[in-house]
Design a protein around this ligand. Structure first.
Ligand code: HEC
Ligand code: HEC
Length: 459
């Protein structure tokens, strides 16, 4: 009896102990979960607002802020009105605007041709991807750019170009080249490229909306002499710029960029240092190859060093990575594709059309080393040759419907998804009928992995 009681007590005791352990464990798990939520929240701030100190380049060196404010406010030229800013694809975050201003905008009571309004928007931190730095007299002292400049857009909820932020979406309206070409001082780029201002300006203006040439400052190659698809020359001296890809839906994908330069954190460090001109550290001895990357090799771009206490990039890479991984590819709106045709397209994608051999569902790229040679893809090697592995990366396809402007493949050579499918039909002799091709297109339009982000107030 007493033994039984002791046993009973022991049982109760150990039960209590177990409960304590479980509760303790749960608390720890919860702490862990909130730690990673914090990391994602921190990454969101960085993605949207961190310039990594790049205002010393965009403002300090190119003096782009002077062109924005115009002579009237101590800069140069006419200044950039909101109408001009919107026309070159810059976006305005409606959630950063006070309600009174939202109302005035809705009623057409804001003069969108007045550069002073652009300055007011910058003061409100409402221009997506651009930060203005102000003097005490209200004029600009510098400006910097963020990841969100190219990899975010807005949902146009208030007006075209003005709405809630959509992080990770490629801004295919943004004319990066035309914006940079406004800079009063292009000498840093002239020196790097060994070209005069007119040449640099004509290269920048050759990019067009939705494109940027990340390799230009490595190899100085501005134009593809011959764009070739399926053995046919489809263009000569085509701009070397590539389309801005989305920065969502990338979890699980090994190599990134059109030509597979590296992982997400590799490319984040590359961009923040080499393209945005933030202050950090970057190491990649592949850029010492002077035959392939003459400008990068001569300027030591593979060995960028900043003392730890002045490094504004490295410590932010983990949070930035976490945030990018959290960005799912949005599902298309209801009714934007034919569901029955898409289901037939799905079967073709995985069967007769052989798409899934490379675009493996649910990643839609190869798990593993996701690269292919230009000849495998039936296209010229110009852009592949500008990267370390000389190949093209199998594009992840989720969220395709969000970036139909500007075309498809790295240089946008295919205007429509049907053009893409036609190319594969020729390249792999698939023998697809017209109906099969359009079924595959409907399937491509259906891909995504999360409900459409419904923006919240804190978003
Ligand atoms: C000036 C426009 C611009 C800015 C600013 C920019 N990017 Fe990009 N991003 C591009 C372009 C263009 C590419 C494609 C480059 C290539 O393939 O050579 C790209 C590629 C990427 C990719 C690869 C996507 C994929 O499909 O694999 C990621 C990830 C990325 N950028 C993240 C970032 C982050 C993070 C920042 C801020 C630190 C940033 N980008 C800033 C234009 C930009
Ligand atoms: C041998 C591997 C391979 C096969 C098979 C393949 N793809 Fe691709 N796909 C790629 C690569 C690599 C790219 C990137 C090409 C580039 O950037 O120039 C790509 C790009 C694309 C794009 C453009 C994405 C964008 O963001 O612009 C679409 C759409 C696409 N493929 C659909 C398909 C369909 C549909 C099929 C089947 C009919 C298919 N692919 C078969 C490797 C493949």
């Amino acid at each position: 009896m007493s033994r039984y009681k002791t046993f009973h007590k022991m049982l109760l005791g150990s039960g209590m102990l177990l409960l304590v352990l479980v509760l303790f464990g749960m608390a720890r798990l919860q702490a862990k979960a909130s730690e990673s939520a914090d990391l994602v929240a921190e990454g969101k701030q960085i993605f949207r607002f961190d310039t990594f100190g790049d205002q010393d380049f965009w403002g300090g060196q190119l003096k782009l802020h002077q062109a924005i404010e115009g002579e009237q406010f101590g800069g140069v030229g006419d200044g950039v009105s909101p109408a001009t800013a919107l026309a070159v694809g810059l976006k305005v975050d409606v959630d950063a605007l006070p309600e009174s201003l939202q109302g005035q905008l809705k009623r057409g009571k804001v003069d969108l041709n007045d550069p002073a309004v652009t300055l007011a928007l910058l003061k409100l931190n409402a221009v997506v991807g651009v930060t203005g730095f102000f003097n005490t007299d209200g004029s600009l002292s510098a400006m910097g750019i963020q990841c969100a400049l190219c990899h975010s857009t807005v949902d146009d909820s208030l007006a075209p170009g003005i709405g809630h932020r959509l992080d990770g979406w490629a801004n295919r309206d943004l004319n990066v080249g035309a914006i940079i070409a406004l800079s009063p001082d292009l000498s840093p780029l002239q020196t790097l490229l060994g070209a005069d201002r007119d040449t640099v300006v004509s290269v920048l203006n050759s990019w067009g909306p939705g494109k940027f040439d990340a390799e230009l400052v490595l190899d100085g190659k501005a134009f593809n002499p011959q764009q070739i698809t399926d053995g046919v020359v489809t263009g000569t001296n085509v701009s070397g710029a590539t389309l801005i890809p989305p920065a969502f839906g990338l979890a699980g994908v090994n190599l990134h960029t059109w030509t597979g330069w590296g992982s997400i954190p590799y490319w984040n460090a590359f961009v923040a240092n080499i393209e945005m001109h933030g202050k950090g550290n970057f190491f990649d001895p592949r850029l010492d190859n002077a035959a392939q990357f003459p400008i990068a090799a001569a300027n030591g771009f593979g060995h960028i060093q900043t003392p730890p206490d002045e490094d504004l990039i490295t410590s932010k890479l983990p949070a930035l990575h976490a945030y990018q991984l959290s960005l799912l590819a949005p599902l298309p709106p209801d009714g934007s594709f034919n569901a029955k045709a898409a289901a037939r397209g799905d079967a073709l994608f995985e069967g007769k059309a052989k798409c899934a051999t490379c675009h493996v569902p649910e990643l839609y790229t190869e798990p593993g080393w996701n690269l292919h040679t230009p000849s495998e893809m039936g296209i010229d090697s110009f852009q592949a040759d500008r990267s370390p592995d000389l190949m093209y990366r199998t594009s992840p396809l989720k969220g395709l419907w969000t970036h139909t402007k500007g075309g498809f493949f790295h240089d946008g050579r295919f205007a429509t998804l049907l053009d893409v499918v036609d190319h594969y039909d020729t390249l792999f002799s698939l023998g697809l009928s017209n109906r099969e091709k359009s079924d595959i297109v409907e399937y491509l339009k259906s891909l995504g992995d999360a409900p459409l982000q419904t923006p919240k107030d804190d978003d």
